[in-house]
Design a protein around this ligand. Structure first.
Ligand code: SF4
Length: 323
């Protein structure tokens, strides 16, 4: 039977040694992304969400654990991954300026992956394909093909990086906070371009963000990370209707809403307190316990396991554990 999951992360760890101790950026997480769906990976800065994306795309090798892509093990460093898989997984970075060569024109930046992977045989063919890609991200080719990144605004640069990411027709794209460096007025345009591409290509993706309100439109599933661990994971609607983990409730209680119905759904009586701890020396037991209003003695001593409390809804909290 065909595997219904395009990506499976199993017990993934990514540690970084530093002079001050080991940073446990990602500390034993498991998740699966179904074909044609988007998993939203949400967390505060320092939660390990971007490191997870960087390990999946191959920028860092994992310290431990496995990453399976279409059932094939891709846990090795990028240079040892099969070439067809490199083409099949792409990433859009948070800061488009630093990921685009300022000396090249847009045609050559977006066309480079087409050349590298032998997907075009002439300059004309490349120009034609790049023009189509630019149209998909709403950049008229006649205005943008021959310009350099230094002539573009932040939103236009991000649209170019998205066009480059989809050039090789990948089946999986990691979006790492693609709108967080942009003005609010431009964010909606980029999100629309991503939504159109997701639909047109039936793309599977990992969408990394600290912005929970974005998740509702973009993702089919949401996973919440806290200090290198996943604390809750569920289909998006279940997640917004019935958030269970105290940290998720804390995050949702501070999300701005537009309607009375949405306000009624927001968790009550749990306020945002304190700041995320250190990934070098994380709190014992449940890593959220210093900030949790429901913490008891067991929370300081024993780490809660991520358990399935209803179909596809996973929570790591002693309040829901049967042990
Ligand atoms: Fe709070 Fe304890 Fe649940 Fe952690 S395990 S979220 S400290 S109640």
């Amino acid at each position: 039977m065909e595997n219904e999951y395009i990506l499976e992360i199993r017990n993934l760890k990514k540690y970084f040694p530093t002079p001050y101790g080991t940073v446990k950026a990602v500390d034993n997480i498991s998740l699966k992304v179904k074909k044609g769906t988007t998993m939203g990976l949400v967390g505060e800065s320092g939660s390990g969400k971007s490191t997870t994306g960087h390990v999946v795309v191959g920028l860092f090798p994992p310290t431990d654990g496995k990453i399976l892509f279409k059932g094939q093990d891709i846990s090795m460093p990028l240079e040892r991954r099969p070439k067809n898989l490199k083409r099949d997984i792409q990433m859009v970075f948070q800061d488009p300026a630093s990921s685009l060569n300022p000396k090249k024109i847009i045609r050559d930046i977006v066309g480079l992956p087409l050349k590298v992977h032998g997907m075009v045989s002439s300059r004309e063919e490349m120009e034609e394909k790049v023009s189509k890609l630019l149209e998909m991200v709403e950049l008229p080719p006649e205005d943008f093909l021959y310009r350099k990144p230094t002539d573009l605004g932040g939103g236009e640069k991000q649209a170019v990086s998205i066009a480059r990411a989809i050039a090789t027709n990948p089946s999986f794209v990691i979006f790492d906070e693609p709108t967080s460096a942009l003005d609010v007025s431009i964010q909606a345009k980029i999100i629309n371009a991503i939504l159109n591409i997701q639909k047109e290509f039936r793309l599977s993706s990992l969408f990394i963000t600290h912005d929970l309100s974005l998740m509702r439109n973009i993702s089919s599933y949401v996973a919440i990370m806290y200090l290198g661990k996943i604390c809750e994971m569920a289909p998006t609607e279940t997640f917004f209707q019935k958030p269970l983990h105290p940290y998720t409730q804390m995050l949702l209680s501070s999300v701005p809403v537009l309607t009375k119905e949405e306000e009624e759904l927001k968790p009550k009586g749990i306020k945002s307190v304190g700041e995320i701890g250190s990934p070098i020396n994380p709190p014992s037991g449940c890593r959220f316990h210093p900030r949790c209003p429901f913490a008891t003695e067991i929370c300081k001593k024993k780490e809660p396991k991520l358990v399935e409390v209803e179909p596809e809804h996973y929570v790591a909290c002693h309040l829901y554990s049967s042990e």
